[in-house]
Design a protein around this ligand. Structure first.
Ligand code: HEM
Length: 519
């Protein structure tokens, strides 16, 4: 229905409402009422009190008072950009996802990179894992690849995750990062030492976000059109080459240029130097998984590349900066649970828990209708659900259609219906047994030290030296009994590490060099 005198086109950046001169975009209240003066509140005379009836002032202050939304509980500090993904190799024998169906096929992506522990706006160059998220807008719904720049993680049971994160954030009373709690938790969680070794190696402080790899880290399942499944791991190799910052460079930049990584990403895209990453998968058959030396669903372990070589899939390129950071990056809700048909979960316990946690936190951080925010909607796969209402319902809310199912076609001929032909997920066998709180049997039998031992041996002498110096520089801040426990555990990786740390720790204690975690 048209209201007389109203134009058809809504005001937009290209077609703004204009003031009385016929050309200057008109300032309005949040309700769209014209504003005559944005410098003076309505007052009684020149020096009198303000009037409660000044809606423009109240509206402006009230909106401002509510500008901050909860920041991400982890990975709060980050930046992101838009781009596209292109399939470069035929992987249809492995995965039925439509966006991978043809070489040359392109879809839009949104990437976000982050540090983990500290607040939004904290320094980009701290020693910390980096988040590596890619939102693929596919015709079958969104695929969120929510990974890190490391192929493994600190633990393999999610029940430890909140405690771990507390030790990476601020001390409960001192409100600073604290080497005691950092090392206390990790040395009591020795399965973390593979990731601790990566964290303190030169890769622990990447030179910006463009020069690091990304990993899905977990094992996922790929299913093809015939319903055949394989376990896969995702690798995104930087086409810019790996570049890291030394401890000293990281600390210095944290002081003089704390937004270093944000600027590097933004400026390179503005300059037309578009960063890209090549997407590979490692593939393990269900049979191979039965006899693999390590639990293939243990997030503290890699799959050796010799046994499970990388197979190329495609490449994503970032070529457009966000127009509005809050709308496009802060409001982006990544979730490992967002997977199109063909990409499925594995029994990795950490992944299982993450499948719950991300959408849960999004409902808290962004509200129950977070999936209606433009950045989280897939333009190629319209959502048709029976969900309705809730705070900030900004969609059509199902219009005049039914908000319940099952319903009769006679009453609701155009209502959406499930389609039994969609095998999603593909049925899969599960192990039975007694439910209880116990570790996977394989974890008890396998060796947790052989992988970090191999990693240490593959490092160059120079990288080994830097790693020892980075560890000692940080560990010197912890109490002696914790230092001893940590050094003994590093000794399990290599006696060289134990000896090296014992030798350099006293010097580090004497120097008052800052360590990168707090920088
Ligand atoms: C962010 C939980 C492990 C990568 C988050 C957020 C939560 C969370 C609640 C905030 C999300 C938001 O506010 O939008 C968990 C839990 C984990 C876990 C419960 C383990 C049980 C991991 C692992 C990885 C990872 C293993 C990488 C392989 C990320 C990334 C983000 C994130 C990249 C930032 C996403 C973005 O850019 O918005 N995590 N996480 N997390 N997590 Fe995890």
């Amino acid at each position: 229905a048209h209201v007389k005198g109203m134009s058809d086109g809504a005001a937009s950046a290209d077609n703004p409402r204009v003031g009385s001169d016929g050309k200057t975009p008109l300032l309005t209240t949040g309700g769209g009422h014209p504003v005559s003066d944005d410098n003076n509140s309505v007052s009684i005379g020149g020096r009198g009190q303000l009037l409660l009836e000044d809606f423009h002032l109240l509206d402006k202050l009230a909106h401002f008072d509510r500008e901050r939304i909860p920041e991400r509980v982890v990975h709060a500090n980050g930046s992101g950009a838009h781009g596209y993904f292109e399939v470069t190799q035929d992987v249809s024998d492995l995965c039925k996802a439509a966006f991978l169906s043809e070489v040359g096929k392109r879809i839009p992506v949104l990437s976000r990179f982050s540090t983990v522990g500290l607040e939004s706006g904290s320094a980009d160059t701290v020693r910390d894992p980096r988040g590596f998220s890619v939102k693929f807008y596919t015709e079958e719904g969104i695929w969120d690849m929510v990974g890190n720049n490391t192929p493994i993680f600190f633990m393999r049971d999610p029940i430890k995750f909140p405690d771990f994160i507390h030790t990476q954030k601020r001390h409960p009373s001192k409100h600073v990062k604290d080497p005691d709690v950092f090392w206390d938790f990790l040395t009591l969680t020795p399965e973390s030492f593979h990731q601790v070794l990566i964290l303190f190696s030169p890769r622990g402080v990447p030179d910006g976000y463009r020069h690091m790899n990304g990993y899905g880290s977990h094992t996922f399942k790929w299913v093809n059109k015939e319903g055949q499944a394989n376990w896969v791991k995702f690798h995104f190799k930087t086409d810019q080459g790996i570049k890291n910052l030394t401890h000293e460079e990281g600390v210095k930049l944290a002081g003089i240029d704390p937004d270093y990584a944000k600027k590097d990403l933004y400026n390179s895209i503005e300059a037309g130097d578009f960063p890209s990453w090549t997407f590979f998968v490692q593939v393990m058959s269900l049979e191979q998984a039965e006899t693999f030396k390590w639990d293939p669903f243990d997030l503290t372990k890699v799959w050796p590349h010799k046994e499970f070589p990388l197979r190329e899939v495609g490449r994503f390129t970032l070529d457009r900066n966000p127009t509005n950071y809050f709308n496009e990056i802060e409001q982006a809700a990544y979730s490992p649970a967002h997977m199109p048909p063909g990409i499925e979960a594995s029994p990795d316990r950490m992944l299982q828990a993450r499948l719950f946690s991300y959408d849960d936190t999004a409902r808290h951080r962004l509200g129950p209708n977070y999936l209606l925010l433009p950045i989280n909607r897939c333009p190629f796969a319209k959502a048709q659900t029976y969900q309705s209402d809730g705070f900030m319902q900004v969609g059509d809310n199902g219009g005049s259609g039914p908000n319940y199912y099952p319903n009769s076609r006679e009453l609701w001929p155009n209502a959406p219906r499930p389609d039994p032909a969609q095998a999603n997920p593909e049925p899969f066998p599960v192990e039975g047994g007694l439910a209880g709180r116990y570790p996977n049997k394989k974890w008890v039998d396998q060796n947790d030290w052989d992988q970090p031992q191999m990693l240490w041996k593959t490092m160059s002498k120079e990288d080994q030296e830097q790693t020892l110096s980075n560890i000692a520089g940080h560990l010197q801040g912890a109490q002696e009994f914790i230092q001893k426990r940590a050094i003994a555990l590093f000794g399990k990786i290599d006696p060289e590490m134990e000896e090296g740390l014992q030798a350099i720790l006293p010097e580090k204690k004497k120097s008052d060099e800052p360590y990168t975690m707090t920088a």
